[in-house]
Design a protein around this ligand. Sequence first.
Ligand code: C2E
Ligand code: CA
Ligand code: CA
Length: 360
Amino acid sequence: MNVLSLNNNAVAKFSGDEFIIYCSEFREFEEIDNLLTYINKTLKEILILENKKVYITTSIGISIYPTDAKEIEKLIVNADSAMYRVKEKGKNGHLYFNDEMVKLLQERANIESAIRDSVDKNLFKMVYQPQVSLYTGKITGLEALIRMKNYRYTPDVFIPIAEETGSIIPIGRWVIKTVIEQISEWLKEGVEVKPIAINFSPKQLMDKSLHQYLNNILDQYDIPAKYVEIEITENILIDNIEETLCFLNKIKNLGIKMALDDFGAGFSSIKYLSTLPIDKVKLDKSMINKFTSEDKDEVIRSIVQLSHCFELSFLAEGVEDEFTMLKLKACGCDTIQGYYFSKPLEVEEIKNIMNVTFDI
Ligand code: C2E
Ligand code: CA
Ligand code: CA
């Protein structure tokens, strides 16, 4: 920091692991390039802390006065968003702020505002996608998926932002309440209800009394826990493994089944299959596409067998055609979810489809 502070530069710690370098009297881009080279070279040196090697990576965002902004606050915001783009692209690099980032910033602000509006005015709804048994062709469960009523943003776009801003906490509770309320209504109407899977974001671990909330809502509507399933992903184990497992076991002890979602999309360690309190594995669409198209059925067959060894049922996600469905069936897969059988459906459509037998 001392060296960087020379030559009309000022360096300051901004927050946690963020620093600002302010370069006044910048004349040509080469000066910035030199500075970047210097920072990278200096931080590349490996530190030894408590006998351990420590590697430092840097993500640098650059904004320039007056082209990118005239006010200091805006310059910092712009440099910050350039830095976040570097982080998104895998860290360790630098980017100059540009017009595309202005658009991204605007879009991000729009999504945040849509989330706030939807939370405040209760403008979400749930749709339900059938999961079909490859033994009977019958629906054995449904996955509940959230939608915004008044905005075009899909959950893969707004859920990650709701996770960052913390809105996932009220949204997560709303989803639980809405699904259980729905089960109660269907039961009253005499619909043969199947277990409904609710997606659970790792950020909901911050909602310390969530299992109590879940239990209270089940009690309030007098719904047996067997009608609810929770879908988790392996990144739930990123921090505090012990605490997380304790939390998951509390939910499990309510009698709720648990599924490991997106298996094959991340590290997919076999360890997860044995340590997490799960009953089902959901193989990610990307794996199915890869192995069925490359004719490597053996890979799928092995993963299915492995899951069965751990006494887990096996569901394949995102199945869009008969060819893939038949391959998965031949590999021993138990259940399928995908557009081939049905897209996610509105509440009113569920009643008519619940007892259908699909061709398998
Ligand atoms: P996910 O949990 O992996 O959900 C499966 C996604 O795949 C859904 O997208 C579903 O509509 C889509 N899908 C199903 N079958 C097919 C198919 O055959 N082909 C293709 N291309 N796609 C198919 P959706 O509803 O847009 O949700 C995206 C993601 O958003 C979900 O991925 C989940 O991670 C998240 N999400 C959705 N609803 C909720 C929710 O209520 N809470 C939380 N925390 N996350 C949610
Ligand atoms: Ca899911
Ligand atoms: Ca999934």
